[in-house]
Design a binder for this molecule. Structure first.
Ligand code: HSE
Length: 418
C-alpha cells in the first residue's frame, strides 16, 4: 500500500482525509504536518501528526508527498526536499508552480520523480491530465477559460441578484471560494497562475505568468452588469491563450461575451475551459473550480495516476523546458465597451468623440442614463466602439482622462466574438 504524507490540513487537506477514510483506496495517509495540528487532533485521529516537516520528509517509508499548505516559502522548501529525496509530489499550489515551476519540474525530471498538479488548475476539472495524455499531439490554436470561481461567483451574483461588487465579494468569501488574500482572485492573478500552467502545456514551453496581460474585476460596478444584461451580453473574467503565426498571446481580463459563446452558461463558482484543436475540434470542460471535496478529488486522482505507474509526459517526452516570450495583446484588435465617469454638461460628448476620432476609433453606440435635470455629480457614460487596436484605445483613454469634463475611465472591456 502506498504511503502518503500530507502537508496542510486546511479546506482541501481535510477534504482529502475525508475521502480517504470513506473509500477503499490503495493508499494510506500515514503522517500529517500542519501548523495547528494540536487543535486538529480530533480530525487527525490516530495518524501521526506534527508541525515539523521532518515527520514526513525524513520518513523513508513515505513514497508520496501531498502539499496543500498554500503560501510560497515553506511549501517551496518542502517540495524541493521531497524531490531531492526522490518522493513524488502532488500540489494544488498554482502560485508556487507559476512562480517556481520551471526549476521544480526540471528538478523532478532530474530525480526521476513526478509532480502532479491537477488540483492546481480549475479545481476538480481534469484538464491537465487530458492535455498531457489525449491532447499532447494536438495543435491548440485557442483556449478560453473561466479559471477563477470567486470572480465568476461575484459576476453571477451581481447580475442575478443585482448586488453591488463589495456585497457579492463578501458572499464569495463567506462561502470559502476566495484565496486567503482575495486580491489574488479579484485582480485576475490567480487565474493568470492557472493560465500560465495551461499555456505551458499547450505551447510545450515555459510561460511566465508575469508575461500575461492581466486585469481584474475590481472596477466593475452594478451599472456595467445591468447595461450589459440589457444589451443581451454578459461579463465574464476570461483567461485566453491564442496562437497566431507561431506567437502566443495571453490575457486574463473581464470581457463581454455574446449569447452562444461557450462560456455563456458557466455560472457561480463553476470553472470551464474550452479549446480548439486543429484535428479534433472544439472541447469543453466544466466543473467545480474550488471547494474542499472537489479539489481534494483532483488530488486523489493524481495520487491514483502516479500509483498506477502512469507517466507524466514531461518525463515521457523527455521534455526540455525553454522559455516562451508571448506577443503583445496591445497589437490586437477588438471592439470595446467603455464606461466613462463624466460631468453632465454641454459639449462633453463632442470632446470625447473628438479624442476618439483623433485615435482612429469609431463609435458604434453611446448610452447615458442621467436625470433630465443637469446633475452636479459625474454620471456614467457608456460607449461601444467598433473594432480598433487595443493600443489606440489605451492611448485614447489617457487622452480622455485629461479632459476637464471626464473624471475617469474606470472600465473598458473587450467584446469577445469567439
Ligand atoms: N480562489 C480560487 C477560485 C480557488 O476562486 O477559483 C481555487 O483555485
Amino acid at each position: 500500500m502506498l504511503k502518503v504524507g500530507l502537508f496542510g490540513l486546511g479546506t482541501v487537506g481535510q477534504g482529502l482525509l475525508e475521502i480517504s477514510r470513506n473509500s477503499k483506496l490503495p493508499f494510506e495517509i500515514v503522517a500529517i504536518v500542519d501548523r495547528s495540528y494540536k487543535k486538529k487532533s480530533k480530525i487527525t485521529g490516530n495518524i501521526a501528526a506534527s508541525d515539523n516537516p521532518s515527520l514526513i520528509l525524513d520518513d523513508n517509508d513515505i513514497d508520496l508527498v501531498v502539499e496543500l499548505m498554500g503560501g510560497i516559502d515553506l511549501p517551496l522548501f518542502i517540495i524541493r526536499e521531497a524531490l531531492d529525496k526522490k518522493k513524488n509530489v502532488i500540489t494544488a499550489n498554482k502560485f508556487l508552480l507559476a512562480e517556481h515551476g520551471f526549476a521544480l519540474f526540471t528538478k523532478a525530471q532530474d530525480n526521476g520523480v513526478k509532480i502532479g498538479f491537477e488540483a492546481a488548475v480549475a479545481g476538480a476539472i481534469p484538464v491537465i491530465r487530458n492535455l498531457e495524455n489525449i491532447f499532447w499531439y494536438e495543435d491548440i490554436s485557442l483556449l478560453e477559460g473561466i479559471l477563477n470561481g470567486t470572480t465568476n461567483y461575484i459576476l453571477t451574483k451581481m447580475r442575478t441578484e443585482k448586488k453591488e461588487y463589495e456585497y457579492a465579494l463578501k458572499d464569495a468569501q463567506k462561502l470559502g471560494f476566495a484565496e486567503a488574500d482575495p486580491t489574488l482572485d479579484v485582480s485576475g492573478m490567480d487565474a493568470a497562475h492557472k493560465l500560465a500552467l495551461l499555456a505551458s502545456h499547450i505551447t510545450k514551453s515555459w510561460i511566465e505568468y508575469k508575461s500575461i496581460y492581466v486585469r481584474g474585476i475590481e472596477n466593475i460596478r452594478l451599472n456595467d452588469i445591468l447595461w450589459t444584461e440589457k444589451a443581451g451580453y454578459r461579463i465574464r473574467l476570461i483567461s485566453r491563450c491564442q496562437r497566431i503565426d507561431g506567437k502566443v498571446y495571453l490575457s486574463v481580463e473581464p470581457s463581454i461575451i455574446l449569447p452562444g459563446h461557450y462560456l455563456w452558461d458557466v455560472e457561480n463558482e463553476n470553472n470551464a475551459i474550452v479549446f480548439q484543436g486543429m484535428y479534433s475540434g472544439i472541447h469543453m470542460f466544466v466543473g467545480k473550480g474550488a471547494g474542499s471535496l472537489p479539489t481534494a478529488y483532483s488530488v486523489l486522482s493524481d495520487i491514483m495516476h502516479i500509483t498506477q505507474g502512469n507517466h507524466n509526459p514531461y518525463l515521457m517526452h523527455n521534455f526540455v523546458w525553454r522559455y516562451n516570450h508571448p506577443g503583445s495583446v496591445e497589437d490586437k484588435e477588438s471592439a470595446f465597451y467603455m464606461r466613462l465617469l463624466v460631468m453632465d454638461e454641454p459639449g462633453v460628448l463632442a470632446d470625447i468623440a473628438k479624442v476618439l476620432s483623433e485615435h482612429s476609433i469609431s463609435i458604434a453606440s453611446v448610452h447615458q442614463d442621467a436625470p433630465i435635470q443637469i446633475s452636479d455629480h459625474p454620471v456614467d457614460l457608456i460607449l461601444i466602439t467598433h473594432k480598433c487596436l487595443r493600443k489606440s484605445l489605451q492611448t485614447s483613454i489617457t487622452a480622455l482622462e485629461k479632459l476637464n469634463s471626464v473624471k475617469s475611465v474606470p472600465v473598458f472591456l473587450p467584446i469577445d466574438e469567439n
